[in-house]
Write a protein that binds this ligand. Structure first.
Ligand code: SAM
Ligand code: DTB
Ligand code: SF4
Length: 331
């Protein structure tokens, strides 16, 4: 059987000087050519038969003061999601143990906060230490961080911090008004300076244009260093959120599957070494579309039945999918 080891061919240089025009030209390629190029870059940097498994847990759900138009957890949404307090450490560790036993490699914990309060930090630090001690990689997404908070998380041993730029700089303020794209970049800089690996991506299918998707990939690919993980979410339309309701009223605004795969491919080509995560939205995605995403360079997924509040594909469906496609969990 042909070897699937990466680095069989010379790996192209890592660039952070992509122009928007170059990325637009990638999106404009014939689909088969775009996917072919992305698959080549994927194989040069990663094992194409391996997919990283990550599990999400919402450690503090709902009641968020931010007005992100896609999110079920915003107080501005009428989604029926109940607000909870921060989970206690023991309950988080029980959930992490289940994820580890189900084969997950990374445990990603999300809190519906604009930013953590300093009084929340001791509990967060305890959670990071506990999950790490179980042999899982740790990731947190808690909203905006000060440099000092990022240092505290680094000190606790946090491996990754997720903070999405979500869309193009231009589209950002149409989806969210309570903070700016610049605020996001500032937290990402704090995370980098603290020495924590960066997970940053966004959402496709919010009613944005092709040019916004180009701008989204461009913003990530021109960061001073590429994020180690790039989650590409397909909007999960939630009733009672601005964007979920908008899509229900205008089904034509829904993202086209091929356009979604093009976005994954553009992320893979421009950020060759990053893990590109096929994130929210897999539950309603056909196996064939997911297969195209893996071919186009996606090499990470969220496992389990639930994302933060929305349903996920689930382990049985994923076992069947991996079986059909001959994929295996990353070792
Ligand atoms: N509050 C923190 C923040 O916004 O940074 C962390 C949690 S927030 C839910 C994490 C990410 O989930 C968002 O940046 C967004 O990309 C994604 N997300 C939220 N709701 C979504 C939805 N309905 N569909 C797809 N992705 C979603
Ligand atoms: C990311 O990019 N996707 C995850 C994680 N980072 C935190 C969250 C997806 C949330 C999907 C909607 C929900 O579960 O409420
Ligand atoms: Fe709050 Fe994050 Fe949801 Fe925005 S995406 S409303 S910041 S939980």
């Amino acid at each position: 059987m042909a070897s699937l080891e990466p680095q069989e061919r010379a790996a192209p240089a890592i660039r952070t000087d992509w122009t928007r025009e170059e990325i637009a030209s990638l999106f404009d390629l014939p689909f088969t050519e775009l996917v072919f190029r992305a698959a080549g870059i994927h194989r040069a940097h990663h094992r194409p038969d391996e997919v990283q498994l990550c599990t999400l847990l919402s450690i503090k759900t709902g009641g968020c003061p931010e007005d992100c138009g896609y999110c079920s957890q915003s107080v501005h949404a009428d989604s029926g999601v109940e607000a909870t307090k921060l989970m206690d450490v023991r309950a988080v560790l029980q959930s992490a143990a289940r994820a580890r036993d189900a084969g997950s490699q990374r445990f990603c914990m999300g809190a519906a906060w604009r930013n953590p309060k300093d009084r929340d930090m001791p509990a967060i630090v305890e959670i990071v230490k506990g999950v790490r001690a179980m042999g899982l990689e740790t990731c947190m997404t808690l909203g905006m961080l000060t440099r000092d908070q990022a240092d505290q998380l680094a000190e606790a041993g946090l491996d990754y911090y997720n903070h999405n730029i979500d869309s193009s700089p231009e589209y950002y303020e149409r989806a969210i008004t309570t903070r700016s794209f610049e605020d996001r970049l500032e937290t990402l800089a704090h995370v980098r300076e603290a020495g924590i690996a960066v997970c940053s991506g966004g959402i496709v299918g919010m009613g944005e244009t092709r040019d916004d998707r180009v701008g989204f990939v461009h913003a990530l690919a021109t960061l001073p260093r590429h994020p180690e993980s790039v989650p590409v979410n397909a909007l999960v339309p939630v009733k009672g959120t601005v964007l979920g309701d908008m899509l229900a009223d205008t089904p034509l605004a829904q993202i086209d599957d091929i356009e979604f795969v093009r976005t994954v491919a553009a992320a893979r080509i421009t950020m060759p070494e990053s893990m590109v995560r096929l994130s929210a939205g897999r539950e309603s995605m056909a196996d064939t579309v997911q297969a195209l995403c893996f071919l186009a360079g996606a090499n990470s997924i969220f496992t389990g039945d639930t994302l933060l509040t929305a349903p996920n594909a689930g382990d049985d469906a994923d076992t069947a999918l991996f079986g059909k496609l001959g994929l295996k969990p990353q070792t």
